[in-house]
Design a protein around this ligand. Structure first.
Ligand code: ADP
Ligand code: MG
Length: 566
């Protein structure tokens, strides 16, 4: 009981930090259980992990709120944010050395992701928290610890984990919002669209380092008449906006008119967004992939031959490997790896592409013969990708009209507002003879299965240590995995989950027989069926996780400089 906890805290007050280990265990309070699962070794180490568990009947959440995966996701996300808000509202942070006095729950940004910070089912509502056990230097501050466990945490539990204590209205509106976004994404497939952007959406962000909406001076999105459709949402009702059809779509327009902003919004439309984000009713096919040039990346046995062939010195491009890819080879590898996992929408921006990968105009064709140019530019592949593989492309390009000939739809951004210019561009093509010749008609051969080898995960003397460093970097023992260019990886706990998944793959999945794609699918399937916790190496509080897409898991393996493919 809590009396025991209080007794221990009285006893260890003023002692060395290690005495905190005695706290490990479970304590009963009138309406919840406190489980101290892991006690940190010193005040500067990662904080201690605890859980608070309210019995289901006491919590009182109706099961209709969590009886489908997307509703459960919405509720878990909502309660996580509620806990975070109540911590900052109620708790007066106690001081001390290192992480002393910290109380937190996993991070929630603008997206409503599948998370494990809360568990909700018939039997319980459970929140997973981190606590920095307070100390002065390395001496235990017992009084402060008592305030945390006996006062602050019970208050946080009372105000956050009981149905009658929280804002039902906000909870329901989040569940409804997710239901609508879920419906919209299904609707894309039914209507053969790749994206939907509701009128009134706010696309620009506050700044380059913030995902919050721009507050002042944002021009709300307004669909061109030619693409405007109306969709009946289950909760919101009828909504109008731009339905972007499958095929090859160009976004053209002068510099600074909002092209990249639109594309970036589409990239993140693979996720659901919270109320007030400005992108609540902007959805993209969930397997859409941003493709960039990524100078210097590692590539292991990828078939880039549809784009690059006849390299100097007879280098193999069917099983192409390099420690240091060029702009164009990296972009080719990125596309082929995306196809391998099964994307049906590529999102490409000229700002982050290799020029020689994207274009090769008529004059250059005359000067440099095809035999002397290993690159088959994207312009000569983009139609085949759609017509043979059903893979659509949305391409931002302000600098080359050659693409008019291969596009189904052309949209011009004009002072942040899209206009349909497809017809006008067609007329221009007719009027001017283009000396450019199409250079490839053959099909795009995909990667043969790439068998992932166990030797990828070679261990150091002390086993393996896989650690996230923010969102965009992982260290595997001493090897860095650079994820800087994965714009659709957006939450530090997605990265944490990928770390756990790498360990899970290494220990439980890889067998020298499965292809990289199959390995990724296996771990993903396990997580979908059994929950995120299945990949955690910890007992009790499993560590904070948010679900990444399959694609980002594959991307991590593909960028791992120890990756070995048979
Ligand atoms: P482009 O790619 O066409 O050069 P960007 O998308 O980079 O243009 O946008 C240029 C600037 O305009 C950015 O600072 C962006 O935040 C701002 N911006 C984009 N869309 C809007 C909008 N709808 N309302 C207000 N500002 C916008
Ligand atoms: Mg741009």
């Amino acid at each position: 009981s809590f009396q025991e906890l209080e007794k221990i805290l009285n006893q260890i007050d003023g002692k060395g930090y290690k005495a905190y280990k005695e706290l490990q265990g479970q304590y009963q309070w009138s309406n919840f259980t406190l489980s101290i699962d892991y006690v940190q070794g010193d005040p500067f180490a990662s904080p201690s992990r605890i859980r608070v568990i309210v019995p289901g009947e006491k919590g009182g959440f109706p099961s209709e709120l969590y009886n489908t995966p997307y509703k459960r996701r919405a509720v878990i996300d909502f309660l996580s944010r509620t806990v975070a808000k109540n911590i900052s509202r109620i708790y007066h942070h106690v001081g001390g050395s290192g992480k002393s006095g910290l109380i937190s729950i996993g991070y929630c940004g603008q997206e409503i992701l599948e998370r494990n910070y809360i568990v909700i089912d018939q039997n319980r509502v459970e929140a997973r928290l981190e606590v920095g056990l307070p100390a002065a230097g390395r001496r235990i501050l017992g009084k402060e610890a008592k305030y945390i466990f006996l006062v602050a945490i019970p208050k946080i539990v009372e105000t956050s984990l009981f149905f009658n204590a929280i804002s039902k209205e906000s909870l329901f509106s989040q569940v409804k919002l997710v239901e609508d976004q879920y419906f919209l994404r299904q609707e894309l497939k039914r209507r053969k669209l790749v994206a939907f952007v509701a009128n009134g959406s706010i696309l620009p962000r506050e700044s380059g380092v913030s995902q919050r909406p721009m507050v002042k001076g944002a021009v709300p999105f307004q669909s061109p008449k030619e693409y405007e459709i109306e969709i009946q949402l289950p909760n919101y009702g009828p909504i109008k906006g731009m339905g972007l059809p499958q095929g090859v779509t160009l976004i053209v327009g002068g510099g600074f008119h909002g092209k990249s902003t639109l594309l970036q919004a589409l990239e993140l439309g693979v996720y659901d967004h919270i109320l007030g984000d400005g992108r609540e009713y902007l959805v993209t096919r969930e397997n859409a992939v941003k493709i960039k040039a990524e100078n210097g990346r590692y590539v292991e046995k990828v078939n880039i031959s549809p784009f690059i062939n006849n390299l100097p010195m007879g280098q193999d491009t069917v099983r192409f490997s390099t420690e240091n890819a060029s702009g164009s080879t990296s972009q080719a590898a990125n596309i082929m790896e995306a196809l391998e996992i099964g994307t049906d929408l590529l999102l490409i921006d000229e700002d982050t592409s290799a020029t020689n990968f994207m274009i090769r105009d008529g004059r250059m064709q005359q000067l440099v013969q095809k035999e002397k140019e290993p690159i088959t530019p994207f312009i000569d592949r983009v139609r085949t990708l759609y017509e043979e593989k059903g893979v659509s492309t949305v391409l931002v390009i302000g600098g080359s009209g050659d693409y008019f000939e291969v596009a189904d739809h052309i949209i011009m951004m004009d002072e942040y507002t899209p206009r349909d210019v497809t017809q006008r561009a067609q007329e221009i093509i007719k009027g001017i003879q283009n000396p450019r010749k199409i250079e490839a008609v053959s099909t795009v051969q995909e990667n043969p299965p790439r068998i992932l080898l166990k030797s990828t995960f070679s261990m150091g003397k002390r086993g393996v240590k896989i650690k996230p460093r923010g969102i965009h970097q992982i260290t595997f023992n001493k090897t860095d995995i650079d994820l800087r260019d994965l714009e659709q990886l957006i939450d530090p706990n997605q990265t944490n989950t990928i770390c756990f998944m790498l360990q899970y793959i290494m220990e439980r999945v890889v067998n020298d027989k499965m292809a990289l794609k199959e390995v990724v699918e296996k771990v993903y399937k396990d997580v979908i069926e059994k929950g995120l916790d299945v990949v955690s190496p910890y007992k009790g509080h499993p560590g904070n996780m948010a679900l990444p897409r399959k694609y980002e898991i594959a991307c991590t393996l593909n960028r791992f400089r120890n990756l070995k493919i048979k």
